[in-house]
Design a binder for this molecule. Structure first.
Ligand SMILES: Nc1nc2c(ncn2[C@@H]2O[C@H](COP(=O)(O)OP(=O)(O)OP(=O)(O)O)[C@@H](O)[C@H]2O)c(=O)[nH]1
Ligand SMILES: [Mg+2]
Ligand SMILES: [Zn+2]
Length: 300
């Protein structure tokens, strides 16, 4: 429990949460269940906040300015993943088969938010791995680093390669359900169970599948953080302007300078540099299909 008097605001960081119930870590490291004022909660995991104690719990008064916010925008709903993150690890696996569209969307959202991203391709031990790896070839080609791992089967290899990438920054782990996000977090965070603590455990109700976004510290000095998140199935990008989509998909956007029209949509225009590149095999068909699919969504 914080020792600050209830009249004064203390600073802290949101370390987990569900709707309006958020766990805030105070400066000293203690964690307290907080509520937000008003109906709409705008504090998300990773946010730095001003809060005050109110009995055993707390109330968040103010969310401090963010460096960034990663979120998805479905038709009606905005779903924040986390704020103030330095990098993204998108975890996909050989099994269950991942949706390339969802993967592409996560990378587009990250690019839009200015957050660097890597892909972890997990479950190298399974026969389906080779096919999954092939499906990631377009991402390797655009310069996204793909880390092949078996988080469960070859934990030492995974730990040794991940540790330097995670040092001194906050990393959000995102991906579909069953890919291995929590396996990764448990591998890297020695005291993960203890950090979840009773408050957050109650929010997650002991389920195997993650239902609550959770911020973990990797080190005692609290300079490196790993954020576990629930698996996603949908990834709406309605916050992105259709005209700006190509620029967020580098393999598509790099050919736009050859288009005859400055406002080319790359769908049907004559003299389109993107369609020409597609025709000569310079753009992966799956990537162009995803571009069209998202463009259509953003144009309705
Ligand atoms: N074969 C194999 N299975 C693995 C590996 N890594 C993780 N798994 C298994 O994959 C399953 C899902 O792992 P989780 O870490 O819970 O997946 P998650 O991404 O956190 O899933 P959600 O919380 O539902 O989003 C578990 O049964 C793990 O044991 C691996 O390297 N190889
Ligand atoms: Mg999980
Ligand atoms: Zn074009």
């Amino acid at each position: 429990m914080p020792s600050s008097p209830s009249s004064a605001d203390a600073s802290g960081r949101v370390v987990s949460g569900h709707g309006r119930r958020l766990v805030v870590e105070a400066e000293g490291g203690s964690r307290v269940l907080c509520h937000t004022r008003g109906k709409k909660s705008d504090a998300v995991v990773g946010d730095r906040v001003r809060w005050q104690a109110s009995g055993d719990e707390g109330v968040i008064d103010k969310v401090l300015p963010r460096t960034n916010l990663l979120y998805r925008q479905d038709d009606w709903k905005t779903k924040a993943f986390a704020a103030n993150i330095d990098q993204l690890l998108v975890v996909v696996a050989a099994e269950p088969v991942f949706s390339e569209s969802q993967l592409a969307r996560a990378l587009i959202a990250a690019a839009e938010a200015g957050i660097p991203a890597r892909i972890v391709l997990n479950k190298r031990d399974l026969p389906a791995f080779a096919t999954a790896k092939e499906r990631l070839a377009p991402y390797v080609a655009i310069g996204v680093e793909v880390l092949d791992m078996a988080l469960k089967k070859e934990p030492d290899d995974a730990r040794a390669r991940l540790a330097p990438l995670l040092a001194d920054r906050s990393t959000l782990v995102l991906g579909p359900s069953g890919a291995g996000k929590s396996t990764l977090v448990n591998l890297m965070v020695a005291d993960a169970k203890a950090q979840i603590g009773e408050i957050s455990q109650a929010l997650n109700t002991g389920r195997h599948t993650t239902t609550v976004t959770q911020w973990y510290w990797l080190d005692a000095a609290r300079t490196s953080a790993l954020i576990d998140s629930p698996g996603f199935q949908e990834f709406g990008l309605h916050h992105i302007d259709a005209g700006g989509l190509a620029a967020l998909m580098p393999d598509i956007g790099q050919h736009a300078s050859a288009c005859r029209f400055y406002n080319c949509t790359h769908l049907h225009e004559p003299g389109c540099g993107v369609l020409a590149a597609l025709a000569r095999g310079a753009i992966a068909e799956s990537r162009y299909r995803i571009y069209r699919e998202i463009f259509a969504e953003l144009s309705t």
